[in-house]
Design a binder for this molecule. Structure first.
Ligand code: FAD
Length: 287
């Protein structure tokens, strides 16, 4: 189903992100993960794409197609900065053959030593995809994109993505809901119309969180820093506290009427389950 139709029907969408396994997760285990995630009743599951393009693209297409077999709608991510127009064309044809209806159109991060040639920003990919029958989504950044020091300029480029054909938006992770609410207020006042889903990623370890904040620039509230300190020598307690924090974050987002909550599951169904159970307890998603 097209994601735009789902947003029209629901006050709050619930969605998950998964990534194509890097070889150590066998087909049976992957099917178990998808069965568990689909069993939680998400409105859609999105599948990441390696910005290097080439090698990984087939896995994204396959996994997004497989999700459909579990009766769940899927979104295939697609990045463009390291690809030629013909390469993108070939992946898009493969997506059409596999019945994929939704694409999250991204620029991706640069691969060292590879100069962009045909695509420099996500907007150009969105324009390329427009009119090919897909429902197109794009990324947004509640704390601004890490390469852009001007939040207003960043918003201008977000509006360009909508004008180019993006019909919905999925946000970068953040840990302070207030930042998301203020971003949404500014985006709406600048004229953004499409639904914006909030991306929530639980803290699972100190190493994971340092990598993430270095990559995306999300700020850490003192509450999270305290959790990191308190559970410094107990990785499992930190993981559980991180998941509980994410579940609370999701419940607050739902309470404040966001269009959707998107859980970065990291292929770990217990993360998604904890958030869903929290949302169910408050009556935000069906039992
Ligand atoms: P853009 O929208 O092109 O923006 C990139 C930067 O360029 C911003 O600073 C923007 O302000 C600026 N900009 C945009 N247009 C212009 C213009 N015309 N002139 C000047 N500046 C401009 N990466 C992956 O590799 N694979 C994935 O599967 C993946 N999934 C993601 C999912 C989500 C929900 C999010 C939020 C990010 C994801 N990423 C993924 C990361 C993403 O590829 C990076 O954040 C990347 O650096 C930017 O991608 P974008 O599509 O937002 O780029």
């Amino acid at each position: 189903m097209k994601i735009s139709e789902i947003y029209q029907k629901k006050d709050l969408t619930l969605s998950f992100e998964v990534f194509p396994p890097k070889g150590d997760l066998g087909a049976d285990v992957l099917r178990d993960v998808l069965a568990e995630l689909s069993g939680l009743g998400p409105d859609f599951i999105s599948v990441t794409y390696s910005a290097g393009g080439g090698g990984n693209s087939q896995k994204t297409v396959e996994l997004a197609g497989l999700i459909g077999e579990y009766g769940t709608s899927s979104i295939a991510h697609l990045t463009c900065i390291n690809s030629r127009r013909e390469e993108i064309g070939a992946v898009v044809e493969a997506m059409k053959r596999r019945g994929i209806e939704n694409i999250l159109a991204l620029r991706g991060d640069r691969v060292e030593g590879k100069e962009p040639t045909d695509f420099f920003h996500a907007t150009e990919l969105i324009a390329e995809l427009r009119g090919q029958g897909f429902c197109i989504g794009a990324a947004c950044y509640p704390e601004g994109h890490i390469e852009n020091d001007s939040p207003e300029d960043d918003l201008t480029h977000l509006l360009e993505k909508e004008a180019a054909g993006a019909e919905f938006f999925v946000s970068q992770l953040f840990f302070e809901n207030g930042k998301f609410y203020r971003f949404l207020e500014r985006a709406r006042s600048r004229g953004l119309r499409g639904p914006v889903t909030a991306g929530v990623m639980p803290i699972l370890s100190k190493a994971q969180i340092s990598r993430m904040i270095f990559m995306c620039g999300a700020s850490l509230p003192s509450e999270i820093i305290r959790l990191l300190n308190r559970h410094e020598n107990d990785p499992e307690a930190l993981r559980q506290a991180g998941i509980a924090y994410a579940a609370e974050q999701a419940a607050d987002l739902a309470k404040n009427g966001v269009d959707g909550v998107h859980i970065y599951t990291m292929n770990q169904p217990d993360i998604a389950r904890a958030v869903v159970e929290r949302l169910r307890a408050d009556g935000y998603v069906g039992v």
